[in-house]
Design a protein around this ligand. Structure first.
Ligand code: FES
Ligand SMILES: [Fe+2]
Length: 404
């Protein structure tokens, strides 16, 4: 993150703290139609054109330590195999045999020498090439070279692996520009996986995702936790193309440091934006990363049905020198889970409301504009012409994107 960007966020926090209304010229945001959270036809479009065509976080390279290490990834319903090749390249394929669809791997993770279908034994190398099949004499003329596993785009943001089912997707690092540059300050090559956890919640995935795009709720549901340390009035927001955004919230006291991070290794090259303030990145659509120089939870939001979702927290920290993560992490994660409980508490009740005639739509305030930005991008991905008119939202935020 260069000096000009650091200054832009610092100035932004000063401005936001003092302002008496929205920034001059900022439009009032039209209501978000309720059906975008409940209408089965809309949610089907969302699944087809957004969830199955976006760059989605899959894993950290620590989870694929050796050639042949694999993960079976099914977060969006489609079984996808992610495997480290003999050449150390991490690739992704549909876990679908080219013969009659048998699975190549059957467990969530493991290590293999090659990929052998459990049904009739077609054998693929780790780069997806079909190398052998049983009773070849009964497939006269079959050209093995045209029957490789079908690949899924798989690229890395530092040591974090993302996949995308859209073969024509923009390369990951172009897509998430300028986050690659912003993350360099944390020396992310040395970050390692600490722990993973997940929680199922009975609400549409956007209900909870919305909560992590704003700090308007701090004074109500985090009164005795986050709100004691963070000043939501000073939150500054940067909106980027492709739906990505950042918010940075100042501490109430400039010298405050989260007691949960004391004694942990900190990356000294981190800028004042994360060492003395609280940035939170949204990698569109579903990764929220509130990065601190001592560690970060990657918060991931996955739909499990139209009315249910799973939130996962994957914790990463600068290399602690080998072995199990330091004991301090247990307390830090437990403290975080307490805050997470506060965030999750209304999910099922809001879902009940969404399905009630009492819910008519969502009026968003200036400080909740990241949610509107998220929805604008959703319409872009689906294609506005495919969306029934009463469920579309009017694009108004592009003039307020960061100029890069
Ligand atoms: S389905 Fe894979 S070998 Fe037949
Ligand atoms: Fe919250």
């Amino acid at each position: 993150m260069d000096t000009a960007t650091v200054e832009r966020f610092l100035e932004g926090m000063r401005y936001e703290t003092e302002r008496t209304g929205p920034r001059e010229g900022f439009p009032s945001l039209p209501d978000i139609p309720a059906g975008r959270y409940t209408d089965p036809a809309f949610l089907s479009l969302e699944s087809q054109f957004m969830w199955h065509r976006s760059w989605l976080y899959a894993c950290h390279v620590d989870e694929l330590p050796e050639p042949g290490s694999y993960l079976l990834w099914k977060k969006t319903g489609t079984p996808i195999l992610i495997v480290r090749g003999k050449d150390d390249v991490i690739r992704a394929f549909y876990n679908t045999c080219r013969h009659r669809g048998g699975p190549l791997v059957k467990t969530a993770c493991g290590k293999v020498d090659g990929l052998v279908c459990g049904y009739h034994g077609w054998t693929y190398s780790l780069d997806g090439t079909l190398v052998n099949l049983r009773d070849k004499r009964d497939f006269p003329g079959l050209d093995l070279s045209t029957r490789s596993l079908i690949g899924v785009r798989c690229e890395r943001f530092y040591n974090w692996v993302f996949i995308n089912e859209d073969p024509a997707a923009q390369p990951l690092l172009q897509h998430v520009h300028p986050f690659f540059d912003y993350f360099r300050q944390f020396q992310p090559e040395c970050w390692r996986l600490v722990a993973q956890e997940g929680f199922d919640v009975n609400c549409n995935v956007k209900v909870l995702l919305d909560a992590f795009l704003e700090v308007y709720h701090l004074k109500s549901i985090h009164q005795s936790t986050v709100d004691r340390f963070l000043d939501h009035r000073g939150t500054t927001i940067a909106l980027y193309r492709n739906g990505h955004s950042i918010m940075v919230t100042p501490n109430r006291r400039p010298d405050w440091q989260d007691p949960g991070t004391r004694g942990m290794r900190r990356i000294e090259s981190a800028t004042v934006i994360s060492s003395k303030n609280n940035p939170s990145f949204n990698f569109y659509p579903n990764l929220v990363a509130p990065v601190d120089p001592s560690g970060v939870p990657f918060l991931l939001f996955w739909p499990t049905s139209d009315r249910s979702m799973r939130i996962e927290c994957h914790w990463f920290a600068p290399d602690w020198g080998g072995g199990a993560p330091p004991e301090l992490w247990k307390t830090r994660i437990a403290n975080f889970d307490r805050i997470l409980d506060e965030d999750l508490q209304f999910g099922p009740q809001i879902q009940e409301s969404l399905m009630s005639p009492g819910f008519r739509g969502i009026p968003l305030s200036y400080q909740e504009r990241r949610i509107y930005h998220w929805h604008e991008e959703l319409d872009r991905r689906i294609g506005r012409e495919r969306i029934p008119e009463d469920l579309r939202i009017k694009p108004v935020l592009e003039p307020f994107y960061e100029k890069l």
